[in-house]
Design a protein around this ligand. Structure first.
Ligand code: B1M
Length: 211
């Protein structure tokens, strides 16, 4: 197996303090910001997602890896903006109305960012109309809905319906502890994922199908 780049390895292990120097070394070696994101950071978060899916690592390790990635993006984002480079895909994410749980939703948002997507996070307790308004404004490729309570599953259904009724073509991925694939299909979502690692696979599958 190929040895991973030290920056990729630092992200996987969440060695946040080492990241700025490693990013600088890549820049000094002539790598551009976009390829550092695509070839050094994204593969790191991919490994993190895979390990999380297999229960080899847990939420704390995932959070430190995401923090290490953020450290790199702090340096790279201004360079990407200056070069006019934007992530290829945009996603909107939020926890549905009546539901205040956001830890899982935040992990999904981090993993989507780790897969080089622009993620607009609407927060928690988001009414269907706010999703529709944000979708009309930002025209994302993907919308993610999270629900942690059995009592807020109906709000997920209402939100999917409101988005469909608005007639905006967008792919919808749903998830959260009480959500099942069967429920996702029943309410007309395009994708479902069980955890934050699989949420990247679900997103990329839908985005590829769209292309
Ligand atoms: Co609440 N809570 N809570 N809670 N809470 C649960 C969910 C519960 C299972 C606890 C229990 O009774 N055993 C229960 C729900 C029962 C049910 O409906 N089936 C419950 C309850 C009842 C409540 C209140 C009603 C309690 C009360 O006030 N009587 C209340 C409701 C408030 C509200 O939302 N209106 C309430 C409040 C809270 C706190 C505010 C105190 C706090 C939330 C803090 C926060 O999120 N900022 C809280 C917490 C922390 C929990 C537990 C303990 C942990 C949830 C969590 O963060 N898990 C939870 C019990 C438990 O799970 N052990 C519980 C870690 C997180 C990484 O996992 O969120 O499942 P999870 O996310 C996973 C996947 O689900 C998936 O990926 C994530 C990462 O792998 N996923 C997606 C999530 N969203 C996704 C979206 C996707 C794809 C995948 O695509 C877009």
């Amino acid at each position: 197996m190929n040895e991973l780049h030290p920056l990729t390895q630092a992200v996987i292990n969440g060695r946040r303090k080492e990241v700025p120097d490693l990013v600088q070394q890549c820049l000094d070696a002539g790598e551009d910001a976009k390829s550092i994101v695509q070839d050094r950071l994204v593969p790191g978060m991919t490994v993190v997602g895979e390990r999380f899916k297999k229960n080899e690592i847990f939420v704390p390790e995932m959070l430190v890896a995401a923090r290490a990635m953020k450290e790199a993006l702090k340096i790279l984002e201004p360079l990407l903006v200056a070069a006019g480079v934007r992530p290829e895909h945009t996603a909107i994410i939020g926890t549905v109305e009546g539901d205040l749980h956001d830890i899982g939703k935040n992990l999904v948002a981090m993993m989507w960012k780790g897969a080089n997507m622009e993620v607009i996070d609407l927060g928690v307790n988001v009414p269907p109309a706010k999703f529709v308004e944000a979708i009309a404004q930002h025209k994302p490729h993907l919308v993610g809905l999270s629900a942690l309570l059995t009592t807020t599953m109906p709000a997920m259904r209402t939100t999917v319906k409101a988005i469909r009724d608005a007639g905006i073509p967008v792919k919808i991925v749903v998830g959260g502890a009480p959500i099942t694939r069967e429920f996702a299909e029943e309410i007309g979502a395009d994708g479902y994922s069980r955890d934050a690692g699989s949420a990247v696979d679900a997103a990329l599958e839908l985005l590829r199908a769209k292309a």
